[in-house]
Design a protein around this ligand. Structure first.
Ligand code: NCD
Ligand code: ZN
Length: 340
């Protein structure tokens, strides 16, 4: 089966030697990707974005297109956010509630304080990518996405009736319902690992740090709702791996990092999920068409080929800093993906 090359609508390419190690794995299957800005320090200015874009270009093949995002902070100026969008330095802004996840310490502590920025974005049609979880430690971690949508994003959409929003890495049936309800201007990205695993994977025979990501895996009923949404063909539902490499030593430790490194195996896994759901007819829409269309980009003219050919996934990626575990590493994947 041939498909247009996928668009990864949410990836962490990191920086330095990790960028050099992981970028080729996104570029191997994907024509383009929306690159998250949670570097240290984060991507908050046009100058930082331009320099990062150049480092990505050095690390990835020429044909690969990196679309950047700007990291919203409490003090960020609306002018800078909009100027970077108009000039093409970035295509969207990313909202991390402060301390919600990896490298989000500079994130937004008061979304109401950000209203002038969000109003300016709405005016120029610049989309807002949201890490949709509340950070209140008294809220159960499995409920943080649903509570965010109900108490923060719902009211915000009412305040800003034209703002376009992407619920990033959606993980719950509640998110699917929410996005469908606002389908005229709200979209969602879904990862391969949330389509593949439910939260039992975190405790499969013992504690599994490599299945730990944020938002955390949810129930089987949530996974099933995500599969229904992804395979529906709906234009506002698309692939975003949230591939987030961390060194094995930083995951297998007392306080392990959140993140699943999936770029080598995500496309094959999604194909397997769609096959299981008898929905291969909608695979190209999810992987390769809906994401670019949402961001006003053309779909790729190049193709990948998927063959039903059992393949053992490599267990780890070696990087100069140390090894990174690969999602489904060592397992048999039903599909093999080749570059043309
Ligand atoms: C991401 C990371 O490591 O940068 N981790 C994750 O579990 N998804 C951050 C994020 O997207 O939340
Ligand atoms: Zn992410």
């Amino acid at each position: 089966m041939q498909l247009r090359r996928p668009f990864d609508a949410h990836v962490h390419l990191r920086d330095g030697s990790m960028l050099t190690a992981v970028a080729p794995h996104t570029a191997e299957h994907c024509a383009a990707a929306l690159v998250m800005p949670n570097l240290v320090p984060p991507v908050t200015t046009r100058a930082i974005a331009q320099a990062y874009q150049a480092r990505i270009a050095d690390a990835a093949p020429d044909a690969f297109q990196a679309l950047l995002t700007v990291y919203l902070t409490d003090g960020i100026a609306a002018d800078e956010v909009v100027a970077g969008f108009v000039a093409g330095d970035w295509v969207a802004a990313k909202l991390y509630p402060a301390h919600a996840t990896t490298n989000s310490a500079h994130g937004v502590s008061d979304i109401q304080g950000l209203l002038p920025v969000l109003e300016a974005m709405a005016e120029v049609g610049m989309p807002l990518c949201v890490h949709g979880e509340v950070t209140d430690p008294s809220v159960d971690i499995f409920d943080r996405e649903a509570v965010f949508l109900k108490t923060i994003l719902g009211p915000l959409l009412q305040q800003l009736p034209t703002l376009r929003v992407i619920v990033e890495h959606a993980t719950t049936a509640a998110a699917v319902d929410f996005v469908q309800h606002h389908a005229d201007r709200v979209a969602m990205s879904i990862t391969a690992h949330h389509l593949w695993w439910n939260r039992n994977a975190l405790f499969d025979g013992g504690l599994r740090p490599h299945a730990y990501c944020l938002p955390v895996l949810k129930r089987e009923t949530d996974r099933e709702a995500l599969v229904r949404a992804a395979t529906s063909g709906a234009a506002n539902v698309f692939f975003g791996t949230d591939s987030a490499p961390h060194l094995i030593g930083r995951k297998e430790t007392d306080c392990g990092c959140a993140g699943v490194f999936s770029s080598p195996t995500a496309v094959a896994t999604v194909a397997e999920v769609f096959d299981n759901a008898n929905a291969l007819a909608h695979l190209e829409a999810f992987l390769s068409l809906n994401g670019p269309a949402w961001y006003g980009q053309k779909p790729s003219e190049d193709r990948i080929t998927l063959r039903k050919q059992p393949t053992t996934a490599a267990a780890e990626l070696a990087t100069p800093e140390g090894p990174v575990r690969i999602f489904r590493g060592g397992e048999t994947l039903r599909y093999a993906v080749s570059a043309e």
